[in-house]
Design a protein around this ligand. Structure first.
Ligand SMILES: Cc1cc2nc3c(=O)[nH]c(=O)nc-3n(C[C@H](O)[C@H](O)[C@H](O)COP(=O)(O)OP(=O)(O)OC[C@H]3O[C@@H](n4cnc5c(N)ncnc54)[C@H](O)[C@@H]3O)c2cc1C
Length: 293
């Protein structure tokens, strides 16, 4: 494959995805680019489109199950410092899509800006959080988004304002774009109060989800007014396993990788969870994680 000269040294081949995913599952990506800036990103998108190479955008990999057989296409991670900027503009926060939520939270705490605390413990980037409207404790990140800068898959920039943005439960209309940065509306707060709120959320999370084994958070979305975890638990599935993957004994909507789990082990467990919940409650569970194959 011939790629643009400027990307020659940057595009890698056969990069193992497992190390880039919180699940620690995933075979080799055909092509991989850690984009340093918008120019490189744009060039890669234009090239992929011309060559009909599928593109996958990777944040922190905390909501993805990537196939152990590998992936045909180009995986792009917004890894450059350019994508990790953050600065304050009054009550607004301007931040790159590649910045980790915990870094963002630290910045807002140090700057006495409140509003992001509910995201404490979500191990993703701002881009991934906006794409999937990440949330917890009844709040979600989309509520804070004032503007989002994106490139479409042809490499054209767009600035989306609040009226262009659509967010619902773990869903946004941003999946046809590469998110570059966002402007979030926060409010003035007190450093200590913000810090203790973050601590409280982290403690609660540890109690209900705590596991040291690799995972990708909740596997299924909660059906309206119900908890997917409780439905799966009621089917007696905690601790069920396939190969090296096991349904958590603490939170039944989590699948844990006991080491070297294959993506098929996880897909089989997902089938089992879906089938049992459908049989017992007549409810169809919808995956929250993104499946890359
Ligand atoms: C222990 C644990 C707890 C979790 N708890 C929660 C929780 O409470 N609430 C919650 O909502 N989620 C939770 N998650 C899931 C996950 O952390 C979030 O969904 C997070 O926002 C994903 O961000 P990411 O950067 O890891 O995205 P990735 O997993 O890398 O990608 C997820 C999706 O977003 C897309 N994407 C990523 N970056 C961009 C971009 N710049 N432009 C366009 N698309 C992009 C990807 O293509 C993919 O489709 C949890 C996960 C774990 C492991």
């Amino acid at each position: 494959m011939i790629w643009p000269k400027s990307l020659n040294k940057q595009i890698e081949t056969k990069v193992k995805l497992a190390r880039l995913m919180s699940f620690k599952v995933g075979g080799p990506a055909e092509f991989f680019l850690e984009a340093a800036d918008i120019a490189g990103l744009k060039e890669a998108l234009v090239w992929a489109r011309r060559k009909k190479v599928p593109v996958f955008i990777l944040g922190a990999g905390s909501n993805i199950l990537a196939s152990s057989s590998g992936l045909n296409g180009l995986v792009i991670k917004l890894g450059g410092e350019f994508f990790k900027h953050v600065y304050r503009d009054g009550e607004y926060l301007e931040a790159g899509a590649g910045i980790h939520l915990n870094q963002l939270m630290l910045y807002t705490k140090n700057n006495a800006l409140s509003g992001l605390e509910f995201l404490a413990g979500i191990p993703g980037t701002l881009g991934g959080a906006l794409a999937g409207n990440a949330g917890a404790w009844g709040k979600s990140v989309g509520e804070l988004a004032e503007e989002v800068r994106v490139l479409d898959y042809r490499g054209n920039p767009e600035l989306l304002s609040a009226k262009d943005l659509k967010f619902s439960y773990r869903k946004s209309n941003l999946n046809k774009y590469v998110i570059i940065s966002a402007r979030l509306k926060l409010c003035p707060g007190n450093k200590n109060t913000i810090g203790s709120r973050i601590k409280k959320y982290l403690l609660q999370r540890n109690k209900t989800q705590g596991s040291k084994l690799p995972n990708a958070g909740c596997i299924f979305k909660n059906p309206a007014k119900l908890s997917a975890g409780k439905l799966i638990d009621a089917c007696g599935l905690k601790g069920s396993s396939k190969g090296r993957a096991i349904i958590s004994g603490v939170h039944a909507n989590f699948i844990l990788n006991k080491g070297n789990a294959d993506s098929n082990d996880i897909l089989l467990l997902m089938d089992l969870m879906r089938k049992k919940v459908k049989e017992r409650f007549k409810i169809n569970l919808e995956p929250e994680i993104k499946i890359w194959r």
